[in-house]
Write a protein of this length. Structure first.
Length: 191
């Protein structure tokens, strides 16, 4: 990679990192000027790398998607639901405030960003289903439709995220309750 390409790549990464922080703190309606300030760049630099705000949002979601897919993929054939749930929460912890914004503001996202978020949830669902199928076939968990189990898991995680001030004021609710969430959910579904 040449010097110019390296500089361009570094600037793009600065924008992505800054956007992740700004959107996590202020929500997806935060102006791009705030992102540029956070990145230490001129406002126009954002649009050199991302022609529209929607492009920037989709890129952030794709970064999140790649990480969650990489973390869950290796476990999807293990057949160990507790390991998969732990890994899922571990990725969510890294992106906790961003993910909380996603679940609260998803209806306001531009269409392509919404579709990317849906694709992320579908990816998680597929890995979840593969592990559950293995566990069901081995007779270790109850015979409940996969979608209900997945929706119940997401509902539990989302409930804690949305009520974090009650469960872990001033702290990461997922870090604080990770073990109890996994333990409780697996206890509910095991035979």
């Amino acid at each position: 990679m040449g010097k110019r390409q390296l500089q361009k790549s570094q600037t793009r990464e600065k924008i992505i990192d800054a956007a992740l922080k700004v959107y996590s703190d202020q929500g997806f309606s935060a102006p791009t000027s705030v992102i540029a300030d956070k990145a230490g760049l001129a406002h126009g630099s954002i649009f050199v790398h991302f022609p529209t705000v929607e492009n920037l949002l989709v890129c952030l979601l794709e970064v999140f998607a790649r990480e969650i897919k990489a973390e869950l993929h290796s476990l999807s054939e293990s057949g160990d639901i507790a390991k998969l749930l732990n890994r899922h929460i571990s990725v969510l912890i890294k992106y906790e405030n961003f993910y909380k914004r996603l679940i609260t503001e998803a209806v306001y996202l531009p269409e392509e960003a919404k579709n990317t978020f849906i694709a992320i949830q579908s990816t998680v669902s597929i890995h979840f289903m593969q592990v559950l199928e293995h566990e069901m076939n081995a007779g270790r968990i109850k015979n409940v439709p996969f979608y209900m189990l997945f929706n119940t898991w997401l509902g539990l995680v989302h409930y804690y995220l949305l009520n974090g001030a009650l469960f872990a004021p001033e702290k990461s609710v997922l870090k604080r309750h990770k073990n109890s969430l996994v333990k409780c959910f697996t206890a509910l579904i095991k035979k």
